[in-house]
Design a protein around this ligand. Structure first.
Ligand SMILES: Cc1cc2nc3c(=O)[nH]c(=O)nc-3n(C[C@H](O)[C@H](O)[C@H](O)COP(=O)(O)OP(=O)(O)OC[C@H]3O[C@@H](n4cnc5c(N)ncnc54)[C@H](O)[C@@H]3O)c2cc1C
Length: 569
């Protein structure tokens, strides 16, 4: 299959415009979601980007308009309607293991790579600028972000072996998209995937059975992976058992002699969401592999990827939540029920404002975490924040997204449940970020590991979250910090790991919100910590939470949410 011509990724035909929709169809119907600038329309992103170099902000503005355009949402729809197809063999019966994608997928990949989702950090950009880009791109289409996030993260692991990493790095740093199915060294740009999960154990990678046998300067890998996404990547970081134990290997799609490597894709998973992206089951038949890092140190090598991919799961989930909110607010501004616009009805306002509060918190958490990644090399306390909070925030934000998107869907009534709008797709997409890169319990338990390895730093970090807050929020958080530390130190910490994760993330959200909007922080504290905590959006209790102060905060939240529907591209 080497040399197969790349698919045409030039202009795709846009949907034909309807020449003046018949008026009876337009009555009380929400107009199509307009072209949006996903950057300009989101005050939280603008505030976070204020400290970035001017060029970053110019780029974010341009990318926000691109990813928020109706054209890109249509590309997203097409890429998910026309799902990838695996061709295992050619007409003569020879293995080709080629996955065919719709041109819309290639356009999205082209834009994602031009937008630096895979390389911004490696070409001098910051985690924060990349986080904002990913947050926006995910709203247009989620699936194509998978290979780009893996490529970004893989370089962190590859660097354990600078000789091997060098020539790959050059091609990862390219912002071109080269979808041709050829050996990586003949290509101008590459993408990388990873394979850890096997049938008998995903989380417990020590149970991996794939074997690696040394063969001169390389290894031959036999075995399988039960999940290996983005099969058209040019290489994969894979864990396999070598003589000294679990080891990380780089498996390119082509061997150094130009022949196809022994990666036999068995089938593509039939998934709930993330359908534009191919996720394969694969067998390795004496596949050529190069060792990355020491034998027996595979987990340590590949773990460098995991923090990065978890960060992306958080940014992605927060972006998806913003899309749900934007769409719900847009609908509520146009749809009348009982002769009154939904946005003017008290119960819908309360529901939307409470959703907006959750989106503000998720967004603040993603941005704050990205900043901690940027600051970690110079600031040890920020490194502790990044280590401890990545699993806690992943737990909380990725689990919040499905509930938020469900509610956003319901705000649209029946139309939300229909595939014509992007809501149903976003809802089906949402759970995967909580499952892959460490499922809920796994990341919750990871917090305990992080806390055990740095107990004093953890204690001062948790106390510091409270101490930096203003007003009476500080008192509530100080009490929560004490309780959380007691749980962390107690004999039942494993049993309480979910509670610890949730509390840490909520405290971090309040601390992050408090920096810019103490009123939002206070409302979040009231509704999500001080309690009674409602189990659905808009079902908060009376008293303090229903007073005039909270009403004005709700109005502010709706205004900030409105911005997404008001600012033109
Ligand atoms: C769409 C999709 C694409 C994927 N792509 C890739 C890919 O490209 N590469 C790759 O390597 N993998 C990939 N995966 C696999 C994914 O990373 C794993 O499914 C995930 O890590 C969980 O592993 P598992 O399925 O084996 O579940 P298990 O490890 O069997 O876990 C099952 C459940 O048990 C919980 N659990 C585990 N340990 C404990 C414990 N000690 N205490 C309490 N609860 C626990 C987990 O949280 C989970 O809820 C993909 C998955 C999906 C859905």
């Amino acid at each position: 299959m080497a040399g197969k011509p790349p698919p045409d990724v030039s202009a795709l035909m846009p949907l034909p415009a309807l020449a003046g929709a018949a008026p009876e169809y337009a009555v009380n119907q929400t107009p199509s979601f307009p072209d949006l600038n996903l950057f300009v329309s989101n005050p939280a992103l603008g505030a976070a980007a204020a400290g970035l170099p001017v060029q970053d902000r110019v780029d974010l503005d341009m990318l926000g308009a691109q990813w928020g355009s109706a054209e890109f949402f249509e590309l997203g729809r097409l890429a998910n309607e026309h799902v990838p197809r695996l061709q295992t063999h050619d007409a003569r019966g020879a293995r080709i293991d080629f996955v065919e994608f719709h041109p819309a997928w290639h356009r999205l990949m082209q834009a994602g790579m031009a937008g630096g989702l895979h390389n911004l950090k490696w070409t001098g950009g910051s985690h924060l600028a990349r986080c904002i880009r990913l947050y926006m791109a995910y709203q247009a289409e989620a699936g194509h972000v998978c290979p780009l996030t893996m490529t970004h993260a893989a370089l962190a692991a590859l660097q354990a072996c600078p000789d091997i990493a060098g020539p790959w790095r050059e091609r990862i740093c390219s912002s071109a998209y080269d979808p041709s199915f050829r050996p990586w060294w003949e290509k101008s740009a590459v993408t990388l995937g990873m394979g850890m999960t096997e049938r008998q154990g995903g989380t417990d990678v020590r149970a991996n059975m794939s074997e690696a046998v040394a063969a001169g300067d390389h290894y031959l890998i036999s075995g399988h992976k039960w999940f290996m996404s983005a099969p058209m990547c040019d290489g994969f970081l894979v864990l396999a058992q070598a003589r000294a134990g679990l080891t990380c290997f780089l498996l390119p799609r082509f061997c150094p002699d130009g022949s196809l490597n022994g990666l036999h894709f068995q089938r593509l998973k039939n998934k709930l969401g993330n359908r534009s992206n191919a996720s394969g089951e694969v067998e390795f038949h004496d596949a050529y592999g190069e060792r990355i890092g020491e034998e027996g140190r595979g987990i340590r090598t590949i773990i460098n990827m995991v923090q990065l991919t978890r960060m992306d799961c958080i940014a992605a989930s927060a972006g998806l939540m913003r899309l749900g909110l934007a769409s719900a607010v847009h609908h509520a501004r146009h749809r009348s029920v009982f002769q009154r616009l939904l946005i003017d009805q008290p119960l819908m306002r309360a529901t939307l404002a409470d959703m907006a509060l959750e989106v503000e918190a998720a967004t603040a958490l993603a941005l704050r975490l990205a900043q901690s990644f940027d600051r970690s090399p110079q600031d040890p306390l920020e490194a502790v924040y990044a280590r401890l909070m990545t699993p806690a925030i992943k737990y909380h934000v990725c689990k919040s997204a499905p509930a938020l998107l469900y509610e956003a869907m319901e705000c649209h009534g029946g139309s939300g449940y229909v595939e014509d709008l992007p809501l149903a797709r976003a809802y089906r997409e949402a759970p995967v970020n909580a499952i892959w890169e460490g499922s809920g319990n796994v990341v919750a338990l990871d917090i305990l590991r992080a806390a055990q390895s740095q107990p004093d730093e953890t204690a001062s970090l948790i106390a510091g979250l409270a101490d930096r807050c203003s007003g009476d929020v500080r008192g509530t958080l100080q009490a929560t910090a004490q309780e959380t530390l007691a749980l962390l130190r107690g004999g039942e910490a494993q049993t309480h790991a979910r509670l610890i994760a949730e509390r840490l993330a909520k405290m971090a959200a309040i601390a992050a919100l408090d920096q810019l909007h103490s009123d939002l922080a206070a409302l979040y504290c009231d509704r999500r910590i001080r309690g009674p905590v409602a189990s659905t959006f808009g079902a908060h209790a009376g008293g303090r939470q229903a007073g005039p102060a909270s009403q004005s905060t709700e109005s502010k939240l709706l205004e900030r949410a409105h911005a997404c529907a008001l600012v033109p591209a």
